[in-house]
Design a protein around this ligand. Structure first.
Ligand SMILES: [Zn+2]
Length: 153
């Protein structure tokens, strides 16, 4: 069993980086900027703060459960995951590696649309309603492929 006093916050960040988004299994909660804070308290309680993306986009409670389970798998017993619904999640919270992985998965990162097939920025809007609330549909004018873009918030 891992003693919470021997572990560091950076170790916890690494474990949380194993927890992937339920819809985009190559991108972690850390890379999406969903993990906002990690703290180890005096009594060994590990407190995690998650900032869920906007309502209906990701299953926030599912993410919280997965994050807790990941840490408990390391033997941590007192893990408290808080969902901070007051802090607004913004697409700027996605890390550079998160943006790269979105693109590799076939989804343009937020901001200027980038075709995941040919990396062209010559892109037109098709629909502001994607398969999920957090994505929109775009079409590349160069390779004519249609793709999804993570909505900019
Ligand atoms: Zn293209």
């Amino acid at each position: 069993m891992t003693n919470a006093h021997q572990i560091t916050e950076s170790q916890i960040w690494k474990w949380l980086d194993d927890v992937k988004d339920p819809e985009i299994p190559t991108v972690s909660l850390v890379e999406l900027g969903v993990v906002d804070a990690v703290a180890i308290e005096e009594n060994g309680t590990v407190r995690i703060k998650l900032v869920p993306t906007f309502a209906g986009c990701f299953a926030a409670s599912y993410m919280a459960m997965e994050a807790k389970a990941r840490l408990e798998a390391e033997g941590l017993k007192n893990v408290v995951v808080e969902l901070d619904k007051l802090t607004p999640w913004g697409s700027e919270r996605i890390t550079p590696s998160g943006r790269e992985k979105l693109l590799a998965f076939g989804i343009s990162p937020p901001g200027e649309a980038l075709c995941p097939h040919c990396l062209s920025t010559n892109v037109e809007a098709v629909s502001d309603f994607g398969p999920t609330l957090c994505r929109v549909v775009r079409r590349c004018q160069d390779c004519l492929e249609t793709f999804e873009q993570f909505k900019t918030l």
